[in-house]
Every structure is written in C-alpha cells, then in structure tokens.
Design a protein around this ligand. Sequence first.
Ligand code: WTA
Length: 636
Amino acid sequence: MKPNANERKPVSEIYYPSERILKDAHIKDYDKLYKESIADPVGFWEREAENLDWFKRWDIGLDDSNKPFYQWFAGGKINIIHNAIDRHLKNWRRNKLALIWEGEPGDIRTYSYFELNRGVCKFANVLKSMGVKKGDIVTIYMPQIPELAISMLACAKIGAVHSVVYGGFSVEALAERIQDAHSRVLVTADGGWRRGKIKDLKGIVNEAIKRSPTIEVCITVKRTGHDVYMENDRDFWYHDLMGLPIASPVCDTEVMDAEDILFILYTSGTTGRPKGVVHTHGGYAVYTATTHKYVFDIKDEDRWWCAADPGWITGHSYIIYGPLINASTIIMYEGAPNHPYPSRWWNMIEKYGVTILYTSPTAIRGLMRFGDQWAKRHDLSCLRLLGSVGEPLNPEAWRWYYNVIGKAACPIMDTWWQTETGGFVITPLPVTPLKPGSVFKPFLGNQIAVVDENGKEVPKGEEGFLVIKTPWPGMARTIHRDPDRYVELYWKKFEKNGWYKTGDSARIDEDGYIWVIARVDEVIKVSGYRLGTAEIESALVSHPSVAEAAAIALPHEVKGNAIHAYVILRSGITGNKELVDILKEHVAHEMGSIARPEAIEFVDSLPKTRSGKIMRRVIKARALGIDEGDLTTLDE
Ligand code: WTA
C-alpha cells in the first residue's frame, strides 16, 4: 500500500474500545470526569499531585499573580528523581526492570531500578567532582544509549539543569545551543550506530567546541570505539571517571523548589535562534506522570516503548520522566527502524513482549511502505495500546497501524502536544470512541478553542487558530534568558483573553472532535522533527555562494513535509546541479541531516513585503499552484 501523508478526506467511521480495554481502564467515563476537572482544574491537579512524594507540600496549587508566568505547586519542595527512582527503591520495584536497551548492532543491556539508581548516583558524583552545581546547565549530546538517560537523571538529582541536544543535529546547531546555555560541561559519546554506520559524534563535538568557548570539560562515553581526538585536561572518558573512587554509588537527592528548573530544551520557533524552553521539577513531574498513566492506562506489568529519541520533548517526557515516575519498564532502541531489515521493530515487540508502542506518523508510514508481510511474520499479540505523536496521523496510516499492527484490538492514542506543553494536551483515552485522523478532545483539566484572528470561536467544521484557554502544570515557564520572547511568542496574540497560542491550525467537528491541520507559523515539521525556516535559511546563507534563501515545507508522502529551498546566488555564481548537491550537503553538515533540503531551486528574486520580510506563504502557494491569497503587502 502506498502511504499518503496528505490524505485529507473527512472520515465518518468510528472505532469503539473492546471489553478488555474497558474493563482495565483507569478512567471509564471521560465526559463526566472532564466536566468535573474543568469545574476546578487546580483542585484536579492538586489531587493528582498527591500521588507524588513531596519533601514539603505546596502552599498554593496555582499562583497566577504574575500572568503569564504561572507557578504551579508554589512553595512545594520536591525532586523529580526522588519520584522517578528513589521512592521505587523502598519496595519490590527496586528489582523491577527500569530499562531494556537494545543497540543497533544487537547488543542488549538491562537495568533494574536498583542498578539505574547506582549508575545515576555514580555519575551525579562525577558531575559534582567536575564542579557542577545546582542551577548549572550541562549540555548532553548523545546517541540513544542508556548513558543518555543516566546523564539526564544525574543532572536532575543534583539540581543541575540539563540541555539535551538531539544527536542528529550537527556542528552549528550544537554550538548555538551550547552558547545560549553557557554550558561549562558537555557529555557526549564517541559515536552511535545508525544504519550499520558510525555517526561520529565526537568529531562534531570537537568542531562545535571550537565555536563554544564556555566549554571546559567534555565527558565522552565509549560507544563505537572508533578513533577520536581527545584533548588533554578537557576531554575525559566516561568509563575512566566512573571507575574512580569519586564515583561513589551513594548520592543525596537535592531538595528542589517545585518551580526550580529541571531542564531547558531548545526548539525551533518563528524567528531567529532556537529558543530554550524551560520546564520545572514540580509541575512537569505531575503532568507527565498523570498524562502517561491515564492516556496509556499504565500498569505494573506493562512494557512501554516510546520509539522517539530522548533528544526531543517526546523522549524527555515519555521515555524518561513520565514512565519512570510511574515505575514502568522502558524499552529503548538505538538505531533505525528498518535496519538491517524492515521488521526490526516488530521483532523487538515480539522479543520483549512490548505492550504499548508510541511512535510517529512518519515511522508508521515508512514501515507501511514495506508491506504487511513484515509485520505478519511476528506475533504482536502482546500489544495492548498504540500511540502516535508529532504530526497529523492521516486516516490511511491510522487504519494500517490499527489493523496490521494492532490487529484491530489496540486503540490508537493520537496525542497532540508540543515542547512547550510538556505533555499531552489533546488526546483520546483508551475508552473513548476514535475517529481516524482526529486527536479527540482535551485531556482532563484543559480547555481549548479554535478561533479567528480576533479570538472569536469559528463555526463548527471551520479552520482556525488552536489556542489553550487555561494554564496546566506541564506548561513551559519561560524561554531561557528571554522572558520577553516567551510573552511575545505565546501570549501576545490573544493577550486580552489570556490564551496560549499554539501556532497550529485546527477544526472541531459536530461531535466536538478536534482535527489538527498544520503549523501556521515558520515552523516546519519534517518526519515529525521540528525545524525553523530561519535556521535552515541561515545555514544556507552561511555558504559563500549564497546571497539569500527562503525555506518552505511542501507535502511529502512519508515525511509529512519536506524542505524546499529557494536560493539567490551571489553575483558571478551560476547555479547548477553540482551546486545544489553542495548546498544540500552544507545544510546537513551545519544543521544535521534531518534539515537537508529535499530540493533547492535557484531564483532571481523572492517575494517580500515592503518591510523586507520574505513571504513564504506566497512561495508556497506558487509551488502548490494554489491561490496566493492577500497580496496587498507584497513589494512588487
Ligand atoms: C505537531 C512534539 C498533529 C503540532 C510533541 C505541534 C501534531 C508540533 C501532533 C509540536 C498530533 C504534535 N497531530 N500534529 N498528534 N503532535 N503535532 O514541539 O504542529 O516537536 O505544534 O512537540 O507538532 O512539535 P514539538
């Protein structure tokens, strides 16, 4: 079957949960609970917060005295690690598997909660010995290996802030993020495995450090064992440090304020540099744990596989924090889904008895392309629930996932959320009737609307801006070192209503089901990865032959969207096929291969507004051969 990410036909079919799902569900009646939750959202979240261990109870559930800088569980003392690890060591779960990890070459490592704690304590002590203190920002740039999780957790344990940079990013993207965070310490690996090849992370790191003067210490995990350059007094091997007496397996968990920063995660925004989205210990812990537990009906016997990369928010919230707080057994896999054969994932599901798979539409469409036989060769009857995130899941891919992978027995949780929301905001529950392609309705406690420019709700079935009307505990608190930008980006547009602007467009149907359409800003989702047109354009312009560039997203069968770039060359330079390849490679080198443009076209001019802003909307309309819309601000 040929996948088609851009199928937009309305569907009328509805899928109901089976008896088995209904019987086991934590939440049986969404409508009733939803009504109750929004009558008193703060009360709802306070009751959920009581499921966590606090060193000191909060004074105020929601402090909204300084909008939009909301504070949740203000006055409370907590550490997310105490909830994700320490408390599980006091009962039988100390022996439960926390992590089952498989490398792409087939090597396997497992960690019980007891062992995970030892690793985290040891590395926390190593970080301390390198002078890392509460509040310091440690940058982590790694492949999907257990040490990535251990490094994140070790930072949080001692109150340091982690900034994880996705291992698929490259030199400039990494350097820019290190510089914005002013990190002194960087944790990395020599490399990782991807499609049978080594990705040379340390080579990228060495180049990025040259552009990042703040780095004093770089700790490198030996993963691939290939030759790498290590600089005296700056570079240390992880395994050497973990073997020293300073790496004691005992370490106190720092007592944090609920609103202390847990991590920053850079994400692409409307303009300029990527922004460091800030999340905190208390509200984020409550939000990720609660959403994970209810949306995926988490039970002790589950084996949970979120097949994202920890370098993105999905990995932070639903590989690491939410699942560990719920004492889940987590599956993690290093490599490509189709390496060395297209059933690698299905084989892993059977082998480890995975009960819940949470992945992206791009992965689903990519695997669907190989045909049903690859999945049919494996016994996938262990699966109970499926999930999707990152971009719209088109009905055709939905049905394939449901029928071929889930054998028509596993409801699909198509969860809508963002780096900034910390966790699921709009999502089905296992018991709710599903429409393929719709993300259902708001999660408990949340209120959303689809509105026009002026904040007026649009009629049923019409497209408008998706907004969140009320605060929630997992919300981003600010942009690192740039609170004004936080206000500007998310709260300015619907300031008089006090609503959060998501940057997405959506419509709501006659049954109240929400259908997310696309981003309405300069963010591009490629294969579910979030990139900014500005970053791609500045990578292009950093090449000596490029004078100006514009990047847009055009529909793509598997990736959802693909990057198309329009380039004005410097005078005297002629564009040809060779230069197209050179520029594509240049973007991949600077940004990472996920940002490599699908196509580059040389042009003499770009449509601009009179104030000089590139009108990407017009370029896109022309490329698609559709109406260009309002052109009154066009310069020529
Ligand atoms: C898109 C990823 C449709 C959306 C967790 C959002 C989705 C952006 C869905 C955030 C979904 C995420 N259906 N679109 N289920 N989930 N998106 O920050 O455009 O990487 O604004 O967070 O992904 O991307 P981010």
